[in-house]
Design a protein around this ligand. Structure first.
Ligand code: ADP
Ligand code: MG
Length: 619
């Protein structure tokens, strides 16, 4: 058994915390010394739903610290008497039962002889007439409700072989619905309460025999190791098969498979199921609704809301566990090996159960040392006795005076267990894994959107470039044609003028007389023609200048279009570099988150710390 410090405040080892909180516990009842009859009132609300109301819970602001202290809750113990069986009816016909029950007073009288008896008080006294439904309701239902609220829970049956442990816990009730035991009824209540879209229920079914943990859902797995989280002290069985349960039918099938494997394994090991412990572990994982949304709206009111902050807010989950334990028969097995076992085997078979008894004694007596580490059973049940779970124990007894010794020791075990105080704690935490998944999806969306925008920009640039090129080409073509036309026109006019001049020259040569007479006229004509020619040339030059201007205008336009293309390219480059930056930022955020998630797994990040991170990230 480890010291309180080593166990980190949880489990059988957390003596200091348990003691301290015992004083403030509202549900604790006065305790009688071990071994003496309990005559004090056990508290009417012993099996009622927790009266302390919802515990302080881990929220985005509060973190896990707020629920770290837990609430004091004593282990509840019920005693159940099996009716006389056929053999007892015949053999013990002339003898009175060794016990007398007073259920209304929650008392049990154990007869020593005809005149003397000891009286013991329990949280619940269940007679031989108690229905399975009533037994479930008083023993297990408060624990199941607690598990559904996010606390760990344990329901355990202790007693001599043949007194009804399996009858109480494990009956399937195939032939008679009213015969259904605690396992079946508990799963019905769990499945009825959860939200299938957001919550999951999974289970493992194990057998512990000779300090070996066997997987009843996969018998090849016959020596599963217990792994202890060094930080929280939580124990787990990573090697065990875990099956998700969606409906009652598949659960019943799993129980049947487990039972068949149990029989097969016990035949192989040449033992009976009464010598092994059967352990059903039901994991309930529930999403806490509303709290995150509330925080978002609160931060929006404060003006601090940003999409980044919202997307970095991890969802909250409650991961609780219901453990149902059908213990091996509590009778001492003969160390002479009469059952075909050697002395060593006999010791090993007894080890877990005797360790459990020692741990419960130590806890009941507030002893400094609780030998949790002595056996696999006590390590597995670390959270159930003196830990953070709500625990309910049913001790089963038979009526026969022939087994008075065993019955007495069973009753004393129950009495001691009633003194064990647990500190129930809400098993709530931030769901970093699902936050990572969500961020991954958002990142992929951003990448796709970025790719789409990039493609759009590329297309746009291509389109504008093509349009500009087309316009420039058109303008060039137009200019060329007009220039050509003008050139041809003036060339023609020039040729025509030359022709006219030549003709006039000819006429002038042929009539010299006329020449003198007409010279002046002809000179005047030539001058006119030359004048005309000059004007034409001038206008041709003007036109040519005009065209040149037009051409330079078009060239300017082309330059503008090119500049526009360059500008768009630059915009695209800026956009691309911004996108790269964004991707880098996302990668950094992601790695921070991964780190956070890892840290959360490894060193138990408190919510305060995570809030600090979230704040950092948002900055
Ligand atoms: P254990 O698991 O403690 O060894 P069982 O649950 O196998 O004991 O019970 C032994 C026998 O007694 C079984 O035949 C069972 O049906 C019967 N039995 C046990 N408890 C009751 C009860 N409350 N009412 C009727 N029969 C019972
Ligand atoms: Mg049994």
């Amino acid at each position: 058994m480890a010291s309180g410090a080593r166990n980190g405040g949880g489990g059988l080892g957390s003596r200091t915390t348990a003691k301290m909180d015992r004083q403030q516990g509202s549900t604790a009842t006065p305790k009688a010394p071990a071994g003496k009859p309990r005559l004090s009132a056990a508290g009417g609300g012993a099996y009622r739903r927790t009266s302390s109301g919802p515990l302080p819970a881990a929220g985005a602001g509060g973190g896990r610290n707020s629920s770290e202290s837990g609430v004091s809750s004593r282990v509840r113990v019920a005693v159940r008497l099996r009716p006389r069986n056929a053999e007892e009816q015949a053999a013990d016909a002339d003898f009175a039962d060794c016990v007398e029950l007073q259920p209304e007073l929650k008392r049990l009288k154990l007869r020593k002889n005809n005149w003397e008896s000891d009286t013991f008080e329990f949280d619940e006294v269940l007679t031989e007439f108690s229905s399975q439904k009533r037994v479930y309701e008083v023993v297990a239902k408060p624990v199941v409700e607690s598990v559904l609220e996010g606390y760990n829970g344990t329901v355990m049956a202790y007693g001599q072989t043949g007194t009804g442990k399996t009858f109480t816990l494990g009956r399937l009730g195939d032939e008679d619905t009213a015969a259904r035991g605690i396992m079946v009824r508990a799963m019905e209540d769990i499945l009825a309460d959860i939200t299938p879209e957001t919550d999951t229920v999974s289970l493992s079914y194990l057998q512990l025999y000779m300090e070996m943990i066997q997987d009843l859902l996969d018998p090849v797995n016959d020596n599963i190791a217990i792994v202890e989280d060094p930080r929280t002290g939580d124990v787990s069985l990573p090697g065990a098969t875990v099956v998700e349960v969606r409906d009652q039918k598949s659960f019943m099938d799993l129980l049947r498979i487990g039972e068949a494997h149990r029989v097969a394994a016990n035949t192989k090991l040449n033992t009976e199921s009464s010598r092994s412990h059967a352990i059903l572990m039901v994991n309930v994982r529930r999403a806490v609704k509303g709290r995150s949304e509330m925080n978002v709206s609160m931060s929006a009111e404060n003006g601090h809301s940003s999409s980044m902050m919202d997307s970095l807010r991890p969802p909250i989950v409650r991961k609780s566990k219901l453990v149902v334990v059908d213990l091996a028969g509590s009778e001492r097995i003969d160390k002479s090996g009469s059952e075909g076992h050697t002395l060593e085997e006999a010791k090993s078979i007894n080890l877990s159960l005797s360790s459990l008894g020692k741990c419960i004694n130590a806890l009941a007596e507030s002893s400094a040392h609780v030998p949790v580490r002595d056996s696999k059973l006590t390590r597995l049940l670390k959270d159930s006795f003196g830990g953070t779970a709500r625990t309910s124990l049913v001790v089963t007894i038979g009526p026969s005076p022939r087994h008075r010794g065993e019955t007495t020791s069973t009753i004393m075990f129950g009495q001691r267990a009633m003194k064990v105080q647990n500190m129930v704690k809400l098993k709530e935490e931030f769901d970093y894994k699902s936050l990572c998944r969500r961020l991954d999806i958002e990142l992929d969306k951003l990448i796709a959107e970025n790719e789409r925008q990039r493609k759009y920009f590329d297309d746009e640039i291509e389109r504008i470039t093509a349009e500009a090129q087309y316009r420039v080409a058109e303008a060039e073509k137009e200019c060329k044609v007009s220039l050509e036309n003008e050139k041809m026109k003036y060339h023609q006019e020039y040729l025509d003028s030359i022709k006219i001049l030549e003709e006039k020259w000819k006429v002038h040569q042929q009539s010299p007389k006329k020449q003198i007479k007409e010279e002046s006229t002809s000179n005047g004509d030539v001058q006119d023609l030359l004048q005309n020619e000059k004007m034409l040339r001038q206008s041709a030059e003007d036109e040519s200048n005009d065209l040149k201007n037009q051409l330079s205008h078009w060239k300017k336009m082309e330059a503008t279009a090119t500049a526009e293309v360059v500008r768009l390219r630059r915009m695209l480059d800026t956009e691309a570099s911004q996108k790269d930056k964004l991707e880098e930022e996302i990668a950094v955020l992601k790695s921070q988150l991964m780190q956070l998630s890892l840290d959360a797994d490894e060193v138990g990040l408190t919510a305060d710390a995570s809030f600090y991170v979230i704040n950092n990230v948002s900055e």
